[in-house]
Structure formats: C-alpha cells, structure tokens
Ligand binder design. Structure first.
Ligand SMILES: NC(=O)c1ccc[n+]([C@@H]2O[C@H](COP(=O)([O-])OP(=O)(O)OC[C@H]3O[C@@H](n4cnc5c(N)ncnc54)[C@H](OP(=O)(O)O)[C@@H]3O)[C@@H](O)[C@H]2O)c1
Length: 299
C-alpha cells in the first residue's frame, strides 16, 4: 500500500517508518517537509502523493509547554489533524491518527480502566487540543481510525525512560523524586507501530484504545527499569502534589483496548514483557547514548 507518515522523525514516527516500511511503499515526512498546520501544503502533498493511508504521528507533545503555548498546541494538535482529514477525504485516503489517554480526567478509581465509550474530560491544554483534533477528524472524514495510546517510550525521542536513565547514569549522587500516585500503561512505540500495521488493511473505523496491558505508577516504572538493567539508583516515591508541573495530569490514565480486543485485532502486549524486550534489544545502545563522557558530551 502507498502510505504517508507525518511526524515521521518523532519516536512513534520513526518506529512506524521502520515497521511499515518493510511491507509498504512509505513516504515519511516531518515538519521540515510537511508542516501539518498549513492546509494548502497538506492538501497539495496529499494530492501529489496520493497515499491510500495517512498515518499521523505529528503532534505538539510537550504537555507542560502546551499550557503556555496554547495557540501552537491548538494549531498542531487540532488544526493539523483537521487539515489531514480534509485532504484525505478529498482523495479517498484513510486516516490513522494518534491520540492520548490525557483526554480523560483520571477520576475513575484505580484500577478501573477507561474504555472507548467513556466520556472524555481533559484537564490540560494538551488533552483539550488532542480531543479537539479527534472531534475535527470525526466531522471531516468517515474513513478514519483514532488510536488513543498512553505513556509512550522508544529508543529515540524524549520520554520518561530516557529521562530517568540519563539522570541515574549521569547524576548517581542525586536522589530522584518520582510520582507514585499517577497510574498508566507504559507503551512501547514499536509495539504501537505494529498495532498500526495490523490495522492498515482492515476496515476498522472510529476510536480505539491501544496501550499496553497492565498498569503501574511512574515510580514503579522507574524501579522496573533500573531492576531490568541491574542499575542502582536513588529513587524516592512522591505524590503529584510534591512534584508540581505546569499541566495537570490525570491520576488514572489506564486504558482498556476494548474495541481492538472485540474485533480480534489487539496486538498490544503486557507492559513488563515489552519493557524487558525493549531493554533486551536496545538497553546497551540506550545506556551508551545517554552516558556523558568526561567532557560532558553524550557519546
Ligand atoms: N509521548 C507520549 O507519552 C504520548 C502519550 C500518549 C499519546 N501520544 C501521542 O502519540 C503520538 C506520537 O507521539 P510521539 O511521542 O512520537 O511524539 P514526538 O516524539 O514528539 O513526535 C512528534 C513529531 O511531530 C513533529 N511535529 C511537530 N509539529 C509538527 C507539525 N506542525 N507538522 C509536522 N510535524 C510536526 C515533531 O517535530 P519536532 O520534534 O521538531 O517538534 C516530531 O518529530 C502523538 O499524537 C502524541 O500526542 C504520545
């Protein structure tokens, strides 16, 4: 199939390009080649490339920065998907778009999971802009899949695992306070790329949850990470109140992949098994890339 991936240099975008590239004719672009904010550019690119499927991995993902850069967040996370949806509807392409657990307010008691039929109620600008993106897509194109995922990590890009590992490796003397009252499902971006691949040739339509099975807190994730790499670090659990951030975050971000399972399309895995596989495959490369050499630069 002829597939266009937008936001292709992000952590999910890179894994999508690698996974889908082995099986399909993929054009992978990021903001330098196609800025999804510009409707005319999006329309022209979709007209000229004629993709059968567009996979939108582009987003403004810095949750805290979205609070102070609301206009930019809205342009990328709401206008961008709307532009892609309008262009795809015109050419008959299918749109697969990625959304987030942060469309929910997290008020459900843990371990109750959010399903696709739960009403969204985002707390942050990021969550609100992503929800608006979902709604604009649903208004503009029938042939769409919106995949809500959570707590993404991968080899590249900025994510919790890389941040914690970098700090443990380079600041072993420091004690790290890590939030222990927000619950979610850490999701490997490569597994999500495989889920997207699984959906490409189906007639699945609408909103689907796609996160790992099982759940933990950020502190539990950091502890599991260090244990798997046989590293000792000085981690202290703390509450959300003790670790204030510009953007409010849901206490319960656990998603249930109800619709994928019902349709027998779920390829998502348990979070601990995926973390083991991720670290088994990439642990050494990850550790090397995050370790500063004596000049203070990263190797
Ligand atoms: N990361 C998570 O924990 C998480 C959790 C739930 C859902 N999600 C969703 O999963 C998807 C993928 O996330 P990710 O972690 O892979 O994000 P990411 O690493 O930040 O990648 C996003 C990519 O989009 C690019 N981009 C930004 N603005 C753009 C624009 N106007 N036009 C085209 N490209 C643009 C970014 O470029 P620059 O880097 O140059 O800005 C980046 O390469 C997003 O939809 C995100 O909302 C992520």
């Amino acid at each position: 199939m002829n597939v266009l991936i937008t936001g292709a240099r992000g952590q999910l975008g890179q894994d999508c390009a690698a996974v889908l590239g082995g099986r399909h004719r993929v054009t992978a672009v990021d903001v330098d080649e196609l800025d999804i904010v510009f409707a005319k550019a999006v329309d022209a690119a979709v007209q000229s490339l004629s993709p059968e499927i567009i996979v939108n991995c582009a987003a403004f993902t810095n949750v805290d920065a979205c609070e102070s850069q609301k206009d930019s967040a809205w342009r990328v996370n709401a206008d961008g998907p709307a532009n892609l949806a309008a262009a795809a509807a015109k050419t008959g392409a299918r749109l697969i778009h990625i959304s987030t657990d942060y469309v929910f307010d997290g008020q459900k008691p843990v371990p109750e999971a959010y399903t696709e039929s739960d009403a969204p109620h985002p707390l942050s600008v990021y969550g609100k802009s992503k929800l608006e993106g979902e709604q604009r897509i649903m208004e503009k194109i029938d042939n769409h899949v919106i995949l809500r995922t959570a707590w993404l990590y991968g080899l590249k890009g900025k994510n919790f695992i890389r941040t914690i590992l970098g700090r443990v490796l380079n600041e072993p003397q420091n004690r790290l306070k890590i939030v222990n009252d927000q619950y979610g499902s850490p999701t490997w971006s490569r597994r999500l790329a495989m889920q997207i691949d699984r959906l490409l040739t189906t007639s699945a339509c609408g909103i689907y949850h796609a996160s790992s099975e099982g759940y933990c807190t950020w502190y539990e994730l950091a502890t599991a990470l260090l244990k798997a790499l046989d590293l000792s670090g000085r981690l202290s659990p703390c509450t959300t109140q003790e670790y204030p951030t510009p953007a409010p975050r849901p206490g319960n971000s656990i998603l249930e992949n109800n619709r994928l399972k019902t349709a027998n399309l779920n390829v998502m895995n348990n979070w601990q098994a995926d973390l083991q596989e991720f670290l088994g495959t990439h642990g050494q490369e990850l550790t090397a890339s995050l370790t500063r050499n004596t000049t203070g630069a990263f190797s």
